[in-house]
Ligand binder design. Structure first.
Ligand SMILES: NC(=O)c1ccc[n+]([C@@H]2O[C@H](COP(=O)([O-])OP(=O)(O)OC[C@H]3O[C@@H](n4cnc5c(N)ncnc54)[C@H](OP(=O)(O)O)[C@@H]3O)[C@@H](O)[C@H]2O)c1
Length: 325
C-alpha cells in the first residue's frame, strides 16, 4: 500500500480506502461487511468512510460493530462520518438535517454512538447548506475539534467559492479551516476536480478523498451489455442512480467504456484496476475511496496500485483521447 498526506496535514491515509455507501446494510450485513473490511485492512487500507445518511445510520452501526469485533488498535486506522442529510429514516424535522450548530453537534454525538468510537478522524459537511450562515458551520466544526470529538474537518461537493469562503471565515476568527474535500472523481466525471478546484490545491493545499472512482461500477465494464441482476443498478430504491448512469446520453458513455476496455485488455489488467489507477495518477488525489459489495472485488481493486506504472505517458494520452471524444 502507498500512503499519502491528507492535504496540508500530517495525517497519512492509504491511497486506496474503503467506503460503506449503498453496500453496508443494503447488500452487506455484519459478517459480510467484516470480511470486506478485514480484506481491506489486511491490504493496508487505513481509512474507512461513512456518513450519518448511509442506510439511515445503519451503515455506521455495522462499521462500529466490525471495528469492535476486530479489536484493531485505534491508532492504526481513521474513520469518517458526514453530516447534512440526517440519519432519521423518512421525513426529517427541520432540526434533524443541515449544517446548523445544533444539527452538527447532535449528528456528531449520534455518529460516535453508532460507530462506538470516542472521536472521528475525519468529519465532512456532506453538502453545502444555503440556509445556514457559513460562519456558524465553521465555528461548529472548529468547536468539535477543540472538544476532541473530531480530528480534521472538511467538505463534500462544495463549490470552490464555498470552500474559499470557509477559509476566509477561519482566517478572520483564527479557526481551523476545512482540510479536505470529498468530490466525485472518475474518468467520466472530471471538471470540478480538475478545473474548478485547481486554485484550491495551490492556495490551501486542499486534500481530497474521492468518491465513486468506478462511477458506481460503470467503469468496470459490467454494464456494457445490460444490467446484471446482482449489481447496484438492480437494487430497489436505486432507480435514480440507474437513470443518472444509464439514462440519457449513456450510449456515448458506454462507447467510451468499451474503448477504454480495449486498452485495459492490451495492458492485461481488469478495466476496474485501470480506472482506479488512472485516478491514483493524479497528484491532487489523497485517497481513492473504493466501494465493494464482495471480497473478490475488493481484493482485485487493491491491485490497482500495481497498475499505475503501466499507465505511461503514451497510455495516458490514448485514454485522454477516448475521454475527450
Ligand atoms: N461524499 C459523497 O457524496 C459520496 C457519494 C457517494 C459515495 N461516497 C463514498 O465513496 C465510496 C465509494 O463510492 P462507490 O461505492 O460509488 O464507488 P465505486 O467504486 O464507483 O463503485 C463501487 C461499486 O462498483 C461495483 N464494483 C466495484 N469493484 C468492482 C469490480 N472489481 N468488479 C465489478 N464490480 C465492481 C460494486 O457494485 P455491485 O454491487 O454492482 O457489484 C461496488 O459496490 C462510498 O462507499 C462512500 O464511502 C461519497
Amino acid at each position: 500500500m502507498e500512503y499519502r498526506n491528507l492535504g496540508r496535514s500530517g495525517l497519512k491515509v492509504s491511497a486506496l480506502s474503503y467506503g460503506a455507501w449503498v453496500t453496508f446494510d443494503t447488500q452487506l450485513q455484519i459478517d459480510e461487511a467484516k470480511k470486506c473490511m478485514v480484506a481491506a485492512y489486511d491490504a493496508g487500507v487505513n481509512f474507512f468512510d461513512n456518513a450519518e445518511a448511509y442506510a439511515s445510520g445503519k451503515a455506521e452501526i455495522i462499521m462500529g460493530e466490525v471495528l469492535k469485533q476486530n479489536g484493531w488498535r485505534r491508532d492504526s486506522y481513521s474513520v469518517s462520518s458526514k453530516v447534512f442529510f440526517g440519519s432519521v429514516e423518512g421525513d426529517k424535522l427541520p432540526t434533524q438535517r443541515g449544517l446548523s450548530r445544533k444539527h452538527i453537534w447532535e449528528a456528531c454525538d449520534q455518529a460516535l454512538e453508532r460507530l462506538q468510537l470516542d472521536y472521528l478522524d475525519l468529519y465532512f459537511c456532506h453538502r453545502p447548506d444555503q440556509e445556514t450562515p457559513i460562519e456558524e458551520t465553521v465555528w461548529a466544526m472548529h468547536s468539535l475539534i477543540m472538544q476532541g470529538k473530531v480530528m480534521y474537518w472538511g467538505t463534500s461537493e462544495w463549490s470552490a467559492q464555498e470552500i474559499t469562503q470557509a477559509h476566509q471565515v477561519a482566517r478572520q476568527y483564527n479557526l481551523i479551516p476545512p482540510l479536505m474535500e470529498q468530490p466525485q472523481y472518475n474518468m467520466l466525471h472530471r471538471d470540478r476536480f480538475e478545473k474548478e478546484y485547481a486554485q484550491l490545491y495551490r492556495d490551501f493545499g486542499l486534500g481530497t478523498t474521492i468518491w465513486s472512482p468506478l462511477a458506481s461500477g460503470l467503469l468496470t465494464g459490467k454494464y456494457n451489455d445490460g444490467i446484471p441482476e446482482d449489481s447496484r443498478l438492480s437494487l430497489p430504491g436505486y432507480e435514480w442512480l440507474k437513470n443518472a448512469l444509464l439514462g440519457e446520453g449513456s450510449d456515448a458513455k458506454l462507447a467510451k467504456v468499451r474503448a477504454l476496455g480495449t486498452i485495459a485488455d492490451e495492458l492485461g489488467v481488469p478495466m476496474a484496476q485501470m480506472a482506479l489507477a488512472w485516478t491514483l495518477k493524479n497528484p491532487n488525489v489523497s485517497t481513492v475511496i473504493t466501494g465493494a459489495s464482495r471480497v473478490s472485488q475488493l481484493e482485485s481493486n487493491m491491485k490497482a496500485l500495481d497498475v499505475v506504472e503501466k499507465l505511461t505517458d503514451d497510455v495516458m494520452g490514448r485514454i485522454a483521447t477516448i475521454l475527450e471524444e
